[in-house]
Ligand binder design. Sequence first.
Ligand code: M6R
Length: 624
Amino acid sequence: MCGIVGYVGTPAAGGAGVDGTEVVLEGLRRLEYRGYDSAGIAVVAGGGVQTRKKAGKLANLVEVLGADPLPAAATAIGHTRWATHGGPTDANAHPHLDASGRLAVIHNGIVENFALLRAELLEAGTPFTSETDTEVVAHLLGRAHAADPAAGLAAAMRAVCARLEGAFTLLAVHADEPGTIVGARRNSPLVVGLGEGANYLGSDVAAFIAHTREALELGQDQIVTITADDVVVTGFDGTPREGRRFHVDWDAAAAEKGGFPSFMAKEIHDQPQAIADTLLGRTDAEGRLQLDEMKISEAELRSVDKIVVIACGTAAYAGQVAKYAIEHWCRIPVEVELAHEFRYRDPVVSERTLVVAISQSGETMDTIMAVRHAREQGAKVLAICNTNGSTIPRESDAVLYTHAGPEIAVASTKAFLAQITACYLLGLYLAQLRGNKFADEVADVLAQLHEIPGQVRQVLDGLEQVREIARYMADTRSVLFLGRHVGYPVAMEGALKLKELAYIHAEGFAAGELKHGPIALVEPGQPVFVVVPSPRGRDSLHSKVVSNIQEVRARGARTLVIAEHGDTDVEPYADVVIRIPRTSTLLSPLLAVVPLQVFACELATAKGLDVDQPRNLAKSVTVE
Ligand code: M6R
């Protein structure tokens, strides 16, 4: 939530050279998925600080800058906002200035004690121009700096951070220190981009990927000062700290639309690659599975008696799919818990519990807090994450990275498939380690997994019918999704995609639950998607789901059935059959969800909606 960019370059002779506003604008374009309620930029130039800011999407700010350009500058900060304190207005847009107008601040997070601090400042006669918690920080910083200008902006930042409660990333510039940006982070993301004669700050690496792929990870409660040729990191107490350097393994092109009409369309198309890359290089010379960063011993993993998956939204549905696979392969009970519920119900976890935190961004605050709670209770935490340098992997005992590349569209697609793939790898790894499966059995499942990218490609190539149906259904007001076993989380994910992209009422149900209430929703013409398991499964799952299709059809539903090639049992009861290739039931979510993603994307597009930036949402939910 909220995107933050900072840039300090080398001013060229005569003021020419790379312009800070351009660099920051480009970073904001790449971060806009983090929030799009307003945007703003501040530059340090001509002995002062100047800002431009505007409510609404970045395009509005670009218009303002066209009419009233900022002066050329080598130091600039920029912000794209997801509103918390104060509505999405021009006045509440960042940057915020202190009373002198010589200091500007941008902020991501929530300062929880802002009301108290604001009252104190008002009492002292400080004038406020916004309703934000951020403006409080600007005034506090301005006062701290004015009290001891010689100590500098970093010292002022340290003093102010000591007074703030809550979660925050802050960037500040001051007219007295024209070639410097000071940043601070607590429970909110901030990474440093290391350039040649220029350095960068960003909420994530996308902010500066067009300029450098070398980055520095910052820890909690750290202050960073960047100039064009130096980066200094300290703790909030001023003691020197070292960030962890890393190389970003994707480039700027990976964060472009690449000829697709939207990032979401591109990311759906990227899915075969995302799965293949997540599977890549996972076996050692002896063919044994390996994880990325493992600080959990084999003995500890052997003694695990329960797994708890914590995640939110789509990542939680990936966890629900994982539950079926891991319980089946490893015979370890798996609970899946929404991260924001986890710590409030006093969960039963111990040293023998393995907590698996799944997160695309690695910055979801609910999941971060759940990770901390789990570790406090003595559990080991393994992160499944798509973002190097983010908080969740850094605070976990082990990491399995999904290599889906940057996911820009707010609705998660390729990260979901990569998360499920990573969960399968984890399940197989545990099964191998604990002796639940023989090496050839693990190899057999891995071989099937390696076929999935090609099968996803086949699904994608055969979806013209789904696109047509979606366009035809643009006026639909409600869609139901049914599934059993692994098809159940797929149904819920299909419903979530439709809700968030097309703003249509959609519900995903366990098909067996239908008769216990939801079937009352079915009236003539009601569209119902049904995810059908393979008829080659061992039990009666398939025939039960076929019965469920009949039940809703008998009540007038229009049935859209996702079934594997060759399953003729569904044909008499399906208004539409969407075919997917054959694979084992446990791996089938990787194929069955794809038509549902395409359906939601196409329907939202037909309604004229912005599929990359749906209303009210942000890509990384960095507040609780
Ligand atoms: O970055 P995370 O995977 O932790 O994000 C979790 C959810 O916020 C995310 O999956 C959200 O539900 C998506 N918008 C779904 O498309």
